[in-house]
Design a protein around this ligand. Structure first.
Ligand code: ZN
Length: 190
């Protein structure tokens, strides 16, 4: 497995702003731990974030103006980065693969498995998971590192990703142990 962690929309807008997810604050420390472990183990961390043009983006018809490029709301929350070595991919639709260079970046990194985190579980996380599925990636979703506006939407998002994208639903602590184990077993004696 050659994984990368995708961090979807962990922006001020969705964590503390008008479009915040209910449990967003709760997932920040767990996600911070997962990202630190990933960086330590050489697993790429890719922030995939809403960066809308003012006035014209189609999403504004549904949600009103949000995460406008250059605004304080479009900033990644401080606790999560971006830190040295992280990548940032800007998106203008729910799906992080649509009209972005995410797929090219993953291919150049040799990634075959995406660990998808962030918010909202049933909107941008789910759509990015589907985008990954369409392009042949294996998918892992740490359920304690994603959040939505309600428990119901969160649960429905998880069920959909498991059932229709074959996403493996895991706990972030177990996932960290697994990444550490994989790193160890990848080191072969000479
Ligand atoms: Zn948006």
């Amino acid at each position: 497995m050659k994984p990368a962690v995708l961090v979807v929309d962990m922006l001020e807008e969705f964590v503390r702003g008008r479009l915040k997810a209910k449990q967003a604050e709760d997932i920040v420390p767990r996600l911070a731990r997962l990202l630190d472990a990933a960086r330590r183990l050489g697993v790429p961390v890719i922030h995939v974030v809403d960066t809308h043009y003012p006035g014209i983006d189609a999403e504004f018809r549904l949600w009103g103006p949000h995460a406008v490029a250059g605004s304080p709301e479009a900033r990644i929350v401080e606790e999560l980065g971006p830190k040295e070595g992280d990548f940032v991919v800007n998106k203008r639709r729910y799906d992080g693969f649509v009209y972005t260079d995410l797929d090219l970046l993953l291919r150049e990194l040799g990634v075959d498995t995406v660990i998808v985190t962030g918010i909202h579980t049933h909107i941008c996380v789910q759509q990015t998971v589907m985008g990954a599925f369409y392009r042949g990636y294996r998918i892992i979703v740490p359920v304690d590192c994603v959040a939505a506006a309600s428990e119901e939407w969160h649960r429905r998002g998880l069920e959909y990703m498991e059932e229709f994208a074959g996403a493996e639903l895991v706990n972030s602590e177990e996932l960290i142990k697994r990444l550490e184990h994989e790193k160890k077993s990848a080191i072969t004696p000479v």
